[in-house]
Write a protein that binds this ligand. Structure first.
Ligand code: PLP
Length: 284
């Protein structure tokens, strides 16, 4: 049984409790981060904590923990759960109060929950065979840059994708791809240019996105940050997604149409390896 962390206490998962009045539960009034663990070490930890603070600021929440405290809790959970490979999930909620849309009268500190998930990340079938994706309208709220637990639309669409025999869904607005259900989206053109949507309120500012774009530039690859159309995707040489839990994952099929040769491409394979080398080097 896992050991989890809830509001200052480490305890077995079946003893962990939060209030039914918690606003994370009632209003999806909570933010989260997911940090990958390889060889018992955390990847891109500081960047995840910086984004957490930004998400909280955008929602008028304050983080009552220093980065060192959060790092210590992450490390303690990795150790207590003998986690070699997998994820640490962290959620901060505005806390519990009698149900009311207005939270301005709330006092007290946000609630905090962390748990680990053991999972093979390196030996990924998706990375080996490539993902099949379907497209759907992006009907999420207008602040997808804030990493809130308000994930119902993406969860619903991902489930539909799975039911349709695909692996994931990419979301589209005005004929252009915004991002995947839980990852950022890219294409590679015939000229080997990597194109991914520019940062805005429309997409999550992926930590892996930022690390992968840095690595791509180090490898002299051309990166263009702009939205790409569904037609550009369908005629791309390669496509791939990035996320903390998937690293870099090739896309080989969109709505039943093969992308490029219909097998994982050279650019996404190179980037996956280069990203993994770099993030292992800087893991803590
Ligand atoms: N976009 C969305 C909607 C996500 O949920 C995620 C990760 O959960 C990402 C992109 C990728 O972000 P990161 O690389 O920080 O995991």
């Amino acid at each position: 049984m896992r050991t989890v962390y809830v509001n200052g206490v480490y305890l077995p998962e079946n003893q962990a409790q939060i209030s039914i009045f918690d606003r994370g539960f009632l209003f999806a009034d909570a933010v989260y981060e997911v940090t990958a663990v390889l060889g018992g070490k955390l990847l891109d930890f500081e960047a995840h904590m910086a984004r957490l603070k930004r998400s909280m600021r955008e929602l008028d929440m304050t983080l009552p923990y220093a980065d060192e405290d959060l790092l210590a809790i992450h490390k303690a959970l990795v150790e207590k759960n003998d986690l070699e490979e997998g994820l640490v999930y962290l959620q901060l909620t505005r806390g519990a109060a009698d149900r009311d849309f207005d939270f301005s009268e709330m006092t007290g500190e946000p609630g905090i929950v962390l748990f680990t998930q053991a999972k093979p990340l390196i030996a990924s079938t998706l990375a080996q065979r490539g993902q099949k994706i379907i497209l759907a309208d992006d009907l999420r709220w207008g602040r997808s840059d804030i990493k809130t637990v308000q994930l119902l639309y993406s969860s619903l669409m991902k489930t539909r994708a799975k039911k349709a025999g695909a692996d994931d869904v990419w979301l589209c607005r005005d004929g252009k791809i915004t991002e995947g259900s839980s990852n950022n989206a890219y294409i590679v053109t015939e000229n080997n240019e990597i194109i991914t949507r520019e940062l805005s309120n429309d997409i999550l500012h992926g930590i892996t996105r930022s690390a992968v774009l840095k690595v791509a530039k180090l490898h002299q690859m051309k990166v263009i940050e702009r939205a790409f159309t569904i037609e550009e995707l369908k005629s791309a040489k390669e496509a791939f997604s990035t996320s903390a839990s998937g690293f870099v994952n090739p896309v080989v099929d969109v709505d039943g149409l093969a992308i490029g040769d219909g097998v994982p491409g050279a650019v996404s394979s190179t980037l996956r390896e280069a990203y993994l080398t770099e993030s292992r080097r800087t893991a803590i």
